[in-house]
Write a protein that binds this ligand. Structure first.
Ligand SMILES: [Zn+2]
Ligand SMILES: [Zn+2]
Length: 334
């Protein structure tokens, strides 16, 4: 007896019954609470997603799936209904992501660390920009997602978290304070990162990358510039055409196709199988990555191990730093 057993047809039957009984009686009859995270949308109406699923089980298998026997939410009810072809809509907004806070913090900093009200054009612009970021799927956004009121409130949260702020603080989250801290430590870098994100969104480049998520660590963000610019970094490195051009150019210069940090040469170790293989690392600092197209001189040839070591923890190393580290280790072992 589980969610897995319900069918599209059974859900449609539960919807019919819900319409006949009305929300209150439907919920009472079957012992469910109103859904506070996801609503099912059907023909312009909203339904309590969990209750519908529980009752759909009755239509599919003859017995109700009681509220206590399963949990509602993104991973369960919402996912199942979407799989069956239904539309679901979150009734609560997702927490602000690091990248979103970078943009908000950038705005507050430029306003002398004061909050900005919802009616101001810069808040309205930011609200629009945030709605275009490929960070939160549509189904997880409530109708109020990053609207000017919410954005204005967030600027006040950030402003009142600033160490120079005297007076009451509004209730911002831990992540607000971490992003604020990153701004206080290195304002130039963070302003450049905000600019990079904005430009990436406006040019459409970031939106195209929304599918590139497989390498992203979910919780930990490995650079203060945020997830979107990291995504862009990896996308540029995965560009086959650029990589081949870089290899051709290196050959034409009579240089070996070898790792610029450790000297590893795939062709020498693996013969013909490895002779055309090398990874490229994009050497432009993340916060400047928004500004231009990739030039071949921005790419460094890297073996897979060294490339991984550059990105394995924060802060990312430069190729030069990694080379120095390798040399030090070698001396140490001699
Ligand atoms: Zn290497
Ligand atoms: Zn890289």
């Amino acid at each position: 007896m589980s969610l897995a057993d319900i069918t599209q047809d059974a859900v449609l039957k539960a919807i019919v019954e819900y319409d006949e009984l009305g929300q209150d009686i439907f919920l009472d009859t079957y012992g469910f609470e109103p859904s506070h995270s996801y609503k099912l949308l059907h023909e312009g109406k909203e339904y309590d997603s969990k209750a519908i699923c529980g009752v759909a089980h009755k239509y599919a298998h003859g017995d109700l799936l009681p509220a206590s026997k399963f949990s509602g939410g993104a991973a369960t009810v919402a996912k199942k209904l979407q799989k069956l072809g239904f539309e679901v809509k979150s009734t609560r907004n997702p927490n602000w992501a690091w990248d979103e806070l970078v943009l908000a913090c950038d705005l507050v900093a430029r306003n002398g660390w004061k909050g900005i009200d919802a009616t101001k054009p810069e808040v309205i612009n930011l609200s629009e920009l945030l709605q275009h970021l490929p960070l939160h799927p549509e189904s997880e956004r409530a109708p109020t997602f990053r609207n000017p009121n919410g954005v204005g409130r967030k600027t006040h949260d950030i402003a009142t978290a600033h160490p120079d702020h005297t007076g009451a603080r509004t209730n911002g989250g831990q992540l607000d304070r971490e992003v604020l801290q990153a701004f206080l430590e290195d304002p130039e870098r963070m302003h450049a990162a905000a600019k990079g994100i904005r430009e990436g969104v406006l040019s459409g480049e970031l939106a195209e990358l929304s599918a590139f998520e497989e390498e992203e660590p979910d919780e930990e963000i490995s650079a203060p510039e945020g997830r979107l610019l990291i995504r862009k970094h990896y996308a540029r490195e995965r560009n086959r055409k650029l990589r081949m051009q870089k290899i051709d150019q290196t050959r034409a210069q009579g240089l070996p196709i070898a790792c610029e940090a450790c000297g590893f040469d795939f062709g020498r170790t693996y013969g013909a199988r490895g002779s055309n293989y090398i990874e490229v690392h994009h050497i432009v600092p993340l916060h400047h990555i928004g500004e231009s197209r990739t030039r071949l001189q921005d790419l460094a040839l890297m073996c897979a191990n060294c490339h991984r070591m550059i990105h394995v923890s924060k802060p990312w190393l430069t190729v030069e730093q990694l080379r120095t580290l390798i040399e030090k280790q070698r001396q140490f072992q001699e």
